[in-house]
Design a protein around this ligand. Structure first.
Ligand code: FES
Ligand code: FES
Length: 212
């Protein structure tokens, strides 16, 4: 929020805006100090010492989980999402951060075999969990059948949503929600593709499900 220090924010009763009308510059600064802490040169806000300590000492927790078959022991800030743990701490950048709010599905991973939006999942809640990301689907150089099907069906354009689509498709097939294109669409509806590749994505899921 910016405050114009050269004019009064509250006009005087007579409506004038001349010099001396309303609270002075000194009054505005004093009010800012009283309400929001210290106003310092350049507009930065300085935290009170006890606030600074609280920010610097965010609680953290050690978590042990398995990611793509590898045991990981990590100490994370309790506020860390699974998506940030994967991308920022473990270097697994296949899962994408689209909305970071549970609305696009670009961050979809499997936790104990279930599809989750990793941007909405706190890492500290995953003690002992098994996480599978798009990096964990292939078998060495051999692509997962759904990865191959995405290539066969040309089911992507920019590719940003694709890791989430593929992981979600794997979950969809494991859950058995592949009885018809309509059913696949319904159970993949949490994964948005801004390039509009939906028809081909559904075909890729169908092709893979038919192999089982
Ligand atoms: Fe997680 Fe969009 S980034 S749902
Ligand atoms: Fe571009 Fe889906 S391929 S968002």
């Amino acid at each position: 929020m910016s405050v114009d220090l050269h004019e009064s924010a509250v006009p005087p009763p007579d409506g004038s805006r001349g010099p001396g009308a309303g609270p002075s510059r000194r009054t505005v600064i004093a009010t800012g100090v009283a309400v929001g802490g210290a106003v310092v040169a350049g507009g930065a806000i300085a935290l009170a010492p006890e606030e600074a300590v609280a920010v610097g000492a965010a609680p953290s927790t050690e978590v042990s989980l398995t990611v793509n078959g590898i045991r990981r022991n990590v100490t994370v800030d309790n506020r860390t999402s699974l998506l940030d743990l994967l991308r920022e701490h473990l270097g697994l950048t296949g899962s994408k951060k689209g909305c970071n709010a549970g609305a696009c599905g670009a961050c979809t991973v499997l936790v104990d075999g279930r599809r989750v939006n990793s941007c909405l999942t706190l890492a500290v809640r995953l003690e002992g969990a098994e996480v599978t990301t798009v990096e964990g689907l292939a078998d060495g150089d051999e692509l997962h059948p759904l990865q191959q099907a995405f290539i066969d069906q040309d089911a992507f354009q920019c590719g940003y949503c694709t890791p989430g689509q593929i992981v979600s498709g794997v979950g969809c097939i494991q859950e058995g929600h592949t009885g018809s294109p309509e059913e696949i669409r319904e159970w993949m509806s949490g994964n948005i593709c801004r390039c509009g590749c939906y028809v081909k994505i559904v075909r890729a899921v169908e092709q893979t499900a038919a192999r089982k």
